[in-house]
Design a protein around this ligand. Structure first.
Ligand SMILES: [Zn+2]
Length: 138
């Protein structure tokens, strides 16, 4: 990636057809069943991303991801292990229960997928900027 004339970190979804995440937008028109090879690739990507997000954010106290449910138009809160289990379940061609209310989750401990993606991107960006340069404090 080229950050030369970018004052802001680039849009993490730029050129990404998987926006924001394939498992967040189930194809309502299609019956549940075996996932296609294409879906499988996207799901594996999601799984990789979620693991990455978790590694970055769990140590900071973030318990999981909040997602707007299209059915009830409310935010649902998913803990990291549940998200990972859900994606794995879809990969196995099984149906995931969409409404999975936790025991009164505290919204303060959950962030959106977009937040995770931006955070991960910023971390990458900072690493990129430092590569090959001597830190100022040395
Ligand atoms: Zn719902």
């Amino acid at each position: 990636m080229n950050f030369d004339d970018a004052l802001m970190p680039p849009d993490p979804f730029a050129g990404d057809p998987n926006d924001p995440a394939s498992f967040l937008e189930p194809e309502d028109d299609e019956p549940d069943g075996p996932v296609t090879d294409e879906e499988r690739v996207l799901l594996r990507e999601d799984l990789e991303n979620v693991r990455h997000f978790r590694a970055l954010l769990e140590p900071r106290g973030v318990r999981g991801i909040s997602m707007l449910c299209e059915d009830c138009d409310e935010l649902h809160y998913y803990d990291w292990p549940i998200i990972i289990a859900n994606i794995s379940t879809i990969l196995n061609g099984e149906t995931v229960p969409v409404h999975e209310p936790g025991a009164a989750p505290d919204p303060d401990f959950y962030v959106s997928w977009e937040y995770c993606a931006g955070y991960a991107d910023a971390v990458d960006w900072m690493k990129e900027g430092r590569r090959g340069t001597t830190p100022r404090w040395f």
